[in-house]
Design a protein around this ligand. Sequence first.
Ligand code: NAP
Length: 338
Amino acid sequence: MSFRDTVTLAGTTFKKEGPLSLAPMVYDVIVVGGGPAGLTAGVYARTRKLSTLILEAQATGGQLEWLYPTKSVYDYPSYIAIEGGELAQLFVLHSRESGAEIRAEEVVDVQRQASGFKLATRQGNVYEGRSIILAMGMGLFEPKRLDVPGEAEFETKGVEYRVRDRREFKGKRVVVVGGGDSALEIALEIVAAAKKVILVHRREEFRAMEKNVEAVMDSQIEVLFNAEVTSLEGNGKVERAVVYDNRTLKKTVLDVDAVIVNIGFEPKITPLPRWGVELEGDRLIRVKADMSTSVRGIYACGDMVSYPGKDKRIVTGCGEAVTAVMSVYKYLRQPYWA
Ligand code: NAP
């Protein structure tokens, strides 16, 4: 069987992409972001047979996969507890099985054209879509650094900013730095397997949720309050964390096998202001109840949208994705019943 460069099936034009795959030249909808909201948009867009491309810059599955793949999620209905990575993979599988195309590419530019939009990616490709759903979560971000001597030298040599697999810390002496939910949840995640976990926090109280604070206090985790890591030492890998009590200036040297720094995240520069949609601040997109943005043909959902009463949960992001898809469908197909 041989293909011409393009072929038209059921009103959609496809271009040749290798011997056995066909990709539409103009997608009905391009979803920017492959986290739970974007992947749910893929599932629902396919129920309406909209040709769908999902572009994800960092990790398909979003924060679930990139930030906490082995941490349990307790608030996704129908799963009493499920690991982030497993839930992420189920989202990806469902979306892909529904017929959404998923590519690991970062969208850097969005241009309007007569028939829709052109999206350019950092990987050098240009995709055309008749509509867009933006679902980029909190955008690209980087973990905040302590900026202390030894930190950069031992990064990936015992100094970590996220936990890919809690089993890596089996039998190890671990210092976790931070007092927010991320730090406490990481300490709780590894405490069963680790030899020892010391949580170092610069204040005498946590900012994390009471549920996490209570769990930490009831666990084997040793907590050093009013404590600051001032340097990391070792030979080829991190071996010691130098910690000061910021009230007494007493110095303690902790023997460690790993240091996990979890003191928050810093967003990378976002291209959003250049894409023409009305924003709230510089990272949130204002949407109406139908998830439409200020630009006709562009919809949004998930952690990056703003509307009165918005709550950032996986399940609400998924609900918004369904609404966004239905709006895209009505916009493109103008069904008699809408
Ligand atoms: P966060 O809440 O901003 O907490 C960062 C922690 O790091 C704070 O305790 C802060 O100390 C400390 N810190 C910041 N800079 C530091 C430095 N240079 N040296 C030492 N300590 C430093 O960040 P997060 O824990 O990543 O959480 C981010 C958001 O996600 C929060 O809203 C959190 O509730 C949410 N979250 C929710 C869940 C959940 O729902 N299960 C899980 C994880 C995160 P200070 O307190 O002194 O400022």
